[in-house]
Design a binder for this molecule. Sequence first.
Ligand code: THU
Length: 136
Amino acid sequence: MDVQFDDLIRSALKGRLQAYAPYSKFAVGAAVQCKSGAVFTGSNIENISYGLTICAERIAISSAVAAGQREFVAIAVVADTTEPIMPCGACRQFLAEFSPDLIIVSATVDGNRKIENLSRLLPGPKRGILKNVHTP
Ligand code: THU
């Protein structure tokens, strides 16, 4: 399926408007494009107990999975930085659960953008995990 990166980035920008980031003041938006064509957005949700913070990427994916989607083509991430940001390690593992070959398009609010593939950022995400137990 073709991904309209501009549209997905626009959705991520919309998602970013819902960011709850009173501690870092760093608002992040994400939008995931499902194989079905549906798009789900997310933003970071922080907590006074900082470690409980959830990144925008995981919120977008969780929102999609909650709606019955499990196959993803691409995720857009947007933040107000000079260089596009890339998902943190925890998010990479979380994304790889469903789509190890996910396309990641990251954009700055100014329009600077970078395209990556999750398989390059996190190779072998299931290797050595639950080795002797059933693997999905
Ligand atoms: N954050 C995201 O939501 N996504 C990223 O890719 C990088 C970091 C959030 C977590 C925290 O709320 C804030 O950005 C500062 O790290």
